[in-house]
Design a protein around this ligand. Structure first.
Ligand code: SF4
Ligand code: SF4
Ligand code: FES
Length: 745
């Protein structure tokens, strides 16, 4: 949402500045000038359904959500005609709208209520027969057509952001307006009626691809589309809002936990729902529905604490998962220093090694790309876009639509969402392990400034004529180049050369490279933990396997101690966007913490609050903001600075690895990023793979993966294309390169 404020215009007699390409509405909002508007969604294409945003621009009526600012433009957002039409529109919306606000889930935060009140609609001048409209449930959302004003926000967000296009409009049928009433309406007001009376919302032909993100319900201005689990649970005004950051994947999306006491006889708070500032931030299903991960019944059990201290004192290693705050990582560093233990986190270690090699070639301590740099030309490699980081898929899809962009995905496994996302999304599947060849071809095509020495190493790797023609056509007239490199590359047998090649692309091509970590706070652990490669001897597991386990999942038995879940902690996490963002406790916690353990072994040194350590990351915790500005500027924590370092250009020619036999890929189902969200260990496969391997849906299968035995439940995954399967296990028995060989046992 950056850009120079180069355009000067007048809105309601105020001189304001806006960016080239801004709409009048966004310029007004950025300057705190209120314009009524229902149907528009920032970041999405305009549907012009509600017409409430009408303004007078240079003497002509314009729809401010769609009309762009011009130098010297004079805009009036209010006037007698505008007011009359807006009032009439709200009256139209109220025709046959059920009078059930008392029980409607949206009441108190309903844009229909707000606007009817704002436009002073206190009487209804038209009555017609209602048509029968039945409520339906689609996955996790419930659609009640009787409450629908056909603003099409739900359809638009699914198409323009989520990239699934699972919803569309369908004919409604119903009576026409009485002729005399119709004649009293202006063209704009009648257009609103016409749209509303002609359509309803339905599942589209692509409805089966719905990923259950719930974003359609989040954007609905009325109670027509709601999250099924929230229906009749609470009034909006009773909920306490806790803005925070999602901790499930490395995107760290801004979200708001909404809590309330459990019941009249139970004062403990629980989370009723998660909401988002949907004009600037969309959520996936994990962020929206996967909020029930508090360690609820922990108490300060002194005996268990003493056992944990004894275990810590004899430990040689601490193994930890990336479901961890930056501050906890800093505490682990202190424990390491004091007790001489090793710190183990395989995925963060691989990322840290990869980043160091990348930096040694790019000449910068951090990578240049992020979700914010995703613009009109994006490549993705080594990342399963739908499963690893849906926000990146949303950002690519949104750029395809809103910026008339183009994108290319290089991943060997077919993905039905990505494959059908947009006509300008080119999918080049390629061979498993062939990423070095792809990067060599990209260097040859795009790194014009590449010196002769590294160029000689890759000279023979070029796209074939047909591919080159398609790529060149997509890249034509584009100016914002980003490569997203995923975690397939970090543990790849050729990871070092891959990191070097990406470093050259960042240095000598127009691309900004973004690394997409594998797990939640992998980047924080890679940057701030003093990591070791492998564990030794007696091991403490922190949300990981170990001889003694510190568990935010709930301690079981004498060899475990309760720890707070991230939803019960104050602290920060590091996103893939290189941003330190704050998390706040939505729910209480009564047990021991990592700081307590440190204090017990620290010979009098004491950490009072984990966030006392935040300043070591770059800013004190209490100085961190967590919101979007009215114009969408992300005021959340701070972005880590990158520094220049000395660099080399050394690369090797590609030498891709080979895997024999059937291949599986380590990936979790959509929205099941971690053990909290897991629905069990599984073998997820395309229909083709199930048939070839003689596996039956829902049945246990004994398999050997890279020689180790597993019993997994076979499950068909509608999103996997081709003869592939995913292995989804959460106990870190499978680490390393994500592609593995598999055999039936
Ligand atoms: S369901 Fe909600 S978002 Fe969708 S068209 Fe109806 S009112 Fe608009
Ligand atoms: S839940 Fe998400 S994917 Fe499904 S229809 Fe709604 S917005 Fe689209
Ligand atoms: S907000 Fe512009 S037409 Fe609805």
């Amino acid at each position: 949402m950056g850009g120079e404020l180069t355009i000067a215009l007048t809105i309601d007699n105020r001189l304001v500045r806006a960016k080239e390409g801004d709409t009048i509405l966004s310029a007004a909002r950025a300057n705190d000038i209120y314009v009524p508007a229902i149907c528009c969604l920032t970041r999405c294409s305009a549907t012009l359904a509600c017409r409430l945003c009408m303004v007078d621009a240079d003497g002509k009526r314009a729809y401010s959500c769609n009309a762009k600012v011009k130098e010297g433009m004079v805009v009036n957002t209010d006037g007698e005609d505008l007011r009359a039409d807006r009032r009439a529109i709200m009256e139209i919306y109220a025709i046959n709208h059920p009078l059930q606000c008392g029980v409607c889930d949206k009441s108190g935060e309903c844009e229909l209520q707000d606007n009817a009140l704002f436009q002073n609609v206190s009487s209804q001048n038209c009555a017609i027969k209602d048509s029968g409209r039945k409520a339906v449930t689609w996955g996790k959302t419930r659609y009640d057509p009787a409450l629908c004003i056909v603003c099409e926000r739900c359809v638009t967000v699914c198409k323009d952001i989520i990239g699934v296009a699972a919803l569309s409009t369908t004919p409604r049928g119903g009576d026409a307006l009485p002729e005399s009433y119709k004649e009293s309406l202006s063209k704009d007001v009648y257009a609103v009626w016409n749209k509303m009376n002609k359509s309803l919302i339905a599942r589209s032909a692509k409805g089966d691809g719905c990923t259950g993100c719930g974003e359609c319900a989040a954007v609905c201005p009325t109670g027509a589309m709601i999250a099924d689990e929230f229906q009749y649970k609470s009034n909006a005004w009773e909920l306490r809002r806790v803005p925070s950051s999602c901790v499930h994947c490395p995107s760290a999306c801004h979200l708001i936990y909404e809590t309330k006491q459990i019941g009249v006889d139970n004062p403990s708070e629980t989370i009723y729902r998660v909401t988002n500032d949907f004009h600037f931030q969309s959520l996936c299903g994990a962020g929206r529905f996967g909020y029930d991960f508090a360690n609820k019944n922990a108490k300060k059990d002194t005996e268990a604490f003493n056992r944990a201290i004894a275990a810590l004192k004899q430990a040689k290693s601490i193994s930890f998962g990336s479901f961890i705050s930056n501050e906890e990582i800093l505490i682990l560093n202190r424990i390491k220093k004091r007790l001489g233990v090793k710190l183990i986190n395989p995925s963060a270690y691989a990322l840290s090694r990869f980043l160091k090699t990348f930096s040694a070639v790019s000449g910068k301590t951090l990578y240049g790309g992020s979700k914010e740099t995703i613009g009109d030309f994006t490549l993705s490699i080594g990342i399963r876009l739908s499963n690893d980081n849906p926000q990146l898929r949303y950002a690519i899809n949104n750029a395809l639509v809103a910026k008339k962009g183009a994108a290319i995905d290089f991943h060997p496994i077919g993905d039905s969402i990505v494959d059908t996302m947009h006509k300008n999304m080119l999918v080049l599947r390629g061979e498993v392990g062939g990423e070095e060849i792809v990067l060599a071809k990209l260097l040859n095509r795009f790194a014009d400034r590449l010196p002769a020495k590294p160029r000689a190493k890759i000279a023979k790797f070029i796209f074939d004529e047909a591919e080159l023609e398609r790529i060149d056509k997509l890249a034509e007239n584009k100016s914002e180049f980003t490569i997203i490199a995923g975690s397939d590359l970090f543990d790849h047998p050729r990871s070092e050369n891959l990191a070097r090649m990406l470093g050259l692309l960042e240095k000598y091509s127009p691309f900004k490279v973004m690394l997409s970590p594998r797990n939640g706070n992998d980047l924080g652990a890679a940057l701030f933990a003093d990591l070791d490669e492998s564990a030794d001897g007696y091991t403490i597991g922190y949300n990981a396997k170990g001889d003694f386990v510190l568990s935010a999942f709930g301690a079981k038995g004498k060899k475990e101690l309760d720890m707070p879940s991230l939803i019960q902690q104050e602290g920060t996490i590091t996103s893939a966007n290189k941003r330190i963002t704050p998390i706040y406790p939505a729910l209480g916690y009564d047990g021991w913490t990592l700081a307590d353990l440190y204090n017990a072994v620290a010979d009098g040194e004491e950490i009072e609050r984990a966030t006392d350590l935040s300043a070591e990351l770059g800013a004190p915790f209490d100085a961190l903001e967590n919101e979007f500005s009215a114009s969408g500027v992300e005021r959340r924590g701070f972005e880590l600075a990158s520094s220049a370092i000395e660099s080399t250009d050394a690369i090797e020619p590609p030498n891709p690895p080979k895997i024999e036999g059937a291949i599986v890929y380590l990936a979790h189902p959509i929205d099941e990023f971690n053990a909290y969200l897991s629905s069990g260990d599984k073998l997820l496969a395309s229909e083709e793979f199930l048939a070839k391997f003689g596996l039956k849906e829902g049945k246990k299968a004994k398999v050997a993966i890279d020689g180790a035995n597993f019993t997994l439940t076979a499950q068909k995954d509608k999103y996997i294309q081709g003869g592939f399967a995913f292995v989804s296990v959460y106990d870190e028995t499978l680490t390393g390169w994500r592609f593995k060989s598999i055999e039936r046992r």
